[in-house]
Design a protein around this ligand. Sequence first.
Ligand SMILES: [Zn+2]
Length: 332
Amino acid sequence: MSSRFSGARRKLSRLLFGRTLVLAYHRISDYHTDPFSICVTPKNFSAHIGILTELGEIISGDQLLRRKQRPRFMITFDDGYLDNFTVAMPFLQARSLPAIFFVVVSLEETSLYWWDALHKVFLETKTLPACMEVEVPGYENALTYEVEPHIADVSSLPQWNISMPPPSKRHRALQDAAFQAKVIPPKLRREFISQLAASAQISIASLHSPTSSPEHWRAAHSAGYEIGSHTLRHPWLPALDTFSQREEITASKTHLEREINAPVRMFAVTHGGAGDYLPSTSVFIKEAGYQYGFAVRSEAIGWRANPFDLPRLYVRNWDADEFRQIILKKLS
Ligand SMILES: [Zn+2]
């Protein structure tokens, strides 16, 4: 088929059928600082949902690949934060709108995500040693972080995230530690976080992520919401050998099915961006028996999409105008 012909066919398909855009949210929460851009405030979330229902239809996983004339949107949440079930779900439920919640099935690090640990250590701990040293198993040299000892000397900067130039030593340390923590395999990462807490002279028990529990997943499932898998331990998949990658994808499905007593059909790749997974990942998702697998790519589901590598738009705390502009652009 010539590219000209397939291009024309794509265009025709777009005209005849509305496009489907899958949105990936993390937390619905107000915040002081959000270095990993995971929070959308309840006010902006409400505005987003209003815009989506005005522009098209919010659909469930069952309707995903059925084509219709109006643009369609699917709402997803990653990481299983408690606010997904106490803030977002009641809001959606009151409007009879569907969503998919991708949860981490067995978060062994005392319900602690590494990004929340780093956020708390570097941007919320009042006093830190000026030079922090962290030994990581397998690393030849200790990692060192130089910081302002007093948080009072650091601006809080609610809009700052780790992709921006660091405005202070604490922000720089957070940025460095984030790049290191992301790629450390889960078993070593736990050690890294506990050593970091020790170096910060705070107790590891004071660090925890506000995550949900299987009771929330069961209640959401009973209320008609889809619960999907987001691995066992939230690893960065390329850091794992084939056996461990398969285990994260397959065993999380089995565990989650036992927890909610229902089939788990959807999987969302951790981090999900280009370079955060391998070509084999979508094969493992298919082999594990999932119906759909989702990554993070800023585009609508295209003509001939691979059902095991579907794109999702990573949603940030955009206000109504920004959100509308971005959505319209993605649909065009
Ligand atoms: Zn995640």
